[in-house]
Design a protein around this ligand. Structure first.
Ligand code: FAD
Length: 481
């Protein structure tokens, strides 16, 4: 790089949203540079040998319904750059006591058929959104759509999505099975299931399971990061790793700066460059509960009691709606749940590259209070043993990260919050602050593009895409293609 080079845009952070912003700008022939603190690109899409030689673990994201379902990710030539999606035969299994399990398959009919008395209600709830996911994504994966592109669909989704998960599940479903599986999918919100909008998470993840599946990339999430980075470089973009940005003086001259960071870090880096009123708004941004993460090297596949769980990429372990709701309520109140809601993925069953022959990996986490340093290993393993007795005997090695260690690993996980801030009704469309264009700041050269902007957490790149589009529009630049 020439010392006096002026970039059109410098992007701080090479997570999915930073890379998405850079790609969106580079596609319009802008000269972009991405600065990443760590030695590798990826943010929440990294894969490493955390336990024993030959075992590959997804440190953060593992399962990617949004990786295949987001309009931005779909626009990328990921296959050409080495991403090979694996669709497990069952997207999600939700074991229950008594050797039962609810299985969510891509086929809505097959899934509903197993839900007994709730078969029709489940089908009625999911069908419109599974069938019209592409239309729904246009209105929901971004800032509040004014006006919505698909007003009737938006209204019919929105009226249910705004409800609490426990309220919607209780009013629609009679049986323990359907209520439990809906509670588990809604638990991804990291909110108490009695709060408004939690139903929206269950509906979106359920709809995605039937529309596009819940796949995993062969060799791990790092392959998505590497593909995005390689594509960016082919578009002429530059990436510098091992380049932590501590203040604005660390940046080369650029017309625009994009932060793939959360408000707290943006405040630290920008100092007094942003006006005091906006700084106060950013400072009042709310972060939510954290996660406790475990990666396992296993001597064999997990011995699930219920038939069919071994065919699922993802397993939700937490029992009934009431139990999951109690666990999430406790976390929100700052208490440690004795029986946490555990999200588990068993990638090596479908992707042999993750472990030596005959061995396996498991990826698991549960929600914990913000900033918690409590070790959840015993509680997580008791929950797994409940549905898979003998699991403990298979553990060859484990690597754990409590919520504080998650933040040390990636400063975007403030207090262990993996969504870049609370995703409740108030902060869903108005993250990080209530502004017409939430990606912009009062400084015309500074933009935010992380999951602290709409549509929030997940590997979808839509925050970065919308931020880049907003910046180009506000500068009166023509967007081609
Ligand atoms: C345990 C766990 C499980 C998850 N599971 C899933 C899943 O299965 N599916 C899914 O879709 N999502 C999942 N997620 C969420 C997903 O990973 C995040 O929502 C997503 O990565 C957010 O993307 P981002 O680009 O906004 O930020 P990030 O991915 O956090 O990227 C930010 C980047 O900025 C860098 N950075 C930070 N500070 C600086 C600085 N000062 N200077 C330079 N660089 C800096 C960081 O190193 C990082 O690379 C999971 C997350 C975790 C932690």
């Amino acid at each position: 790089m020439k010392k006096d080079a002026v970039y059109d845009a410098v992007i701080v952070g090479a997570g999915p949203n930073g890379l998405a912003a850079a790609i969106t700008l580079a596609r319009q022939d802008h000269r972009v540079l991405v600065l990443e603190a760590k030695e590798t690109v990826g943010g929440g899409m990294r894969t490493m040998q955390l336990t024993l030689p030959g075992f590959q673990h997804d440190i953060c994201s593992a399962i990617h319904p949004l990786g295949v379902g987001s309009p931005f990710m779909r626009s990328l030539p990921l296959k050409k750059y080495g991403v090979d999606w694996i669709q497990p035969p069952v997207a999600l299994a939700h074991p229950l006591d008594g050797e039962r399990a609810v299985l969510i398959e891509k086929s809505l009919d097959a899934t509903a058929a197993r839900l007994g008395a709730d078969s029709l209600a489940y089908q009625r709830l999911m069908t419109p959104f599974a069938e019209r996911w592409d239309d729904l994504a246009q209105d929901f994966l971004g800032p509040f759509p004014l006006p919505p592109k698909h007003p009737l669909l938006f209204a019919s989704f929105g009226l249910k999505a705004i409800r609490s998960a426990s309220g919607l599940a209780r009013s629609l479903f009679q049986g323990e099975e359907a209520r439990a599986v809906f509670a588990g999918m809604s638990g991804h919100s990291m909110l108490p299931l009695e709060q408004m909008v939690t139903a929206g998470f269950g509906m979106m993840l359920g709809g995605l399971a039937h529309a596009v599946g819940w796949p995993m990339p062969r060799h791990g999430s790092q392959t998505i990061a590497n593909a995005m980075a390689a594509y960016l470089c082919d578009l002429g973009g530059e990436i510098r790793t091992s380049s932590p940005v501590k203040n604005l003086q660390d940046l080369p001259p650029a017309k625009m700066i994009f932060f793939d960071l959360t408000p707290r870090q943006v405040l630290d880096i920008t100092g007094e460059r942003l006006p005091a009123g906006y700084r106060r708004q950013l400072a009042s941004y709310r972060y939510g509960p954290g996660v406790f993460k475990i990666d396992y090297a296993l001597d064999g596949p997990i011995p699930w009691l219920a038939v069919g769980v071994e065919r699922a990429g993802t397993v939700h372990i937490g029992g009934t709606l009431e139990e999951i709701a109690a666990a999430e309520r406790a976390v929100w109140r700052g208490e440690i749940p004795e029986r946490p809601f555990v999200l588990l993925a068993q990638q090596s069953l479908f992707d042999p590259s993750r472990a030596p022959e005959g061995k396996h990996t498991a990826w698991a986490y549960c929600h914990v209070p913000h900033g918690s340093s409590v070790d959840m290993t015993t509680r997580i393993e008791a929950q797994i043993e409940r549905f898979a007795p003998g699991f403990g005997d298979l553990v060859l090695a484990r690597s754990t990260h409590n919520a504080q260690e998650m933040q040390i690993y990636n400063p975007n996980y403030v207090g262990g919050d993996i969504n870049g801030g609370v995703q409740d009704l108030r902060q869903f469309f108005t993250r990080p602050v209530a502004r017409w264009v939430p990606y912009s700041t009062p400084d015309p050269g500074i933009y935010l593009c992380s999951s602290s902007t709409p549509p929030g957490g997940g590997v979808h790149g839509m925050c970065g895409f919308h931020a880049a589009q907003a910046a180009m529009k506000s500068r009166g630049l023509k967007i081609k293609g």
